[in-house]
Design a protein around this ligand. Structure first.
Ligand code: AMP
Length: 213
């Protein structure tokens, strides 16, 4: 799954995981887990994540190689994000004797993604989450239930979001060209509703690999 932050890759990967009984591997989720558990990788990755920068390729590639051990059918969400990662993935798939079926490209303007990403507010005490556009609290910045302050995740704050989108533009969009020549790209509208996005993805994968799904 290839697309900017906020394009809905994670949501779609989770839907497809359940529907087709395949594994979804999200490098963002894996890194957050490492950070939560305080592993050496989590500690190293943390500062990059908070700034909205990419974690160095060598760390990510090693983590994905471990995650893919023994798995045959999987969806990669948030990986590869650089040409070096894409080359490492090609080499890894070769070694495992697995084909790459399709590259789902989530298309949306940076402006739309910026509003989507900066709209999330959470209650740090309960984890309850709001969206200032689609599900606003009764009073801006205040939790409906306990009346305490809401916070924005560090990487959802406007400056960090701007940086994440710029990093995508600079480091990840070259992958569109990288994969275009393989003929595997399925482009979908990332601003469509969740259900029709899933259908477009399924149709697109079917068009690439026949009746597998
Ligand atoms: P995500 O939840 O996919 O937006 O990822 C959150 C953060 O984890 C990113 O802003 C990066 O700092 C880091 N990250 C996730 N996947 C990768 C990757 N493939 N390469 C480098 N950094 C990554």
């Amino acid at each position: 799954m290839l697309g900017a932050p906020g394009a809905g890759k994670g949501t779609q990967a989770q839907i497809l995981e359940k529907r087709f009984d395949v594994w979804q591997i999200s490098t963002g989720d894996l890194l957050r887990m490492h950070r939560h558990e305080g592993t050496p990788l989590g500690l190293q990755a943390s500062e990059y994540m908070d700034r909205g920068e990419l974690v160095p390729d060598s760390l990510i590639i090693a983590m994905v190689e471990t995650a893919l051990g023994g798995v045959e059918d999987f969806i990669l969400d948030g990986f590869p994000r650089t040409v070096a990662q894409a080359q490492a993935l090609d080499a890894l798939l070769d070694r495992l004797g697995l084909p790459l079926d399709a590259v789902i490209l989530f298309e949306a303007t940076p402006e739309a993604l910026f509003s989507r990403l900066t709209a999330r507010w959470v209650n740090p005490r309960s984890g309850r989450s709001y969206n200032s556009i689609t599900r606003p609290p009764l009073v801006a910045g205040v939790d409906d239930e306990d009346g305490g302050p809401l916070e924005q995740r560090i990487d959802d704050q406007p400056d960090t979001v701007r940086n994440r989108l710029a990093v995508y533009e600079r480091q990840t969009t070259p992958l569109i060209e990288y994969y275009r020549e393989t003929g595997k790209i399925v482009a979908i509208d990332a601003l469509a509703d969740v259900v029709s996005m899933t259908e477009s993805i399924v149709d697109g994968i079917r068009s690439k690999v026949g009746s597998v799904l």
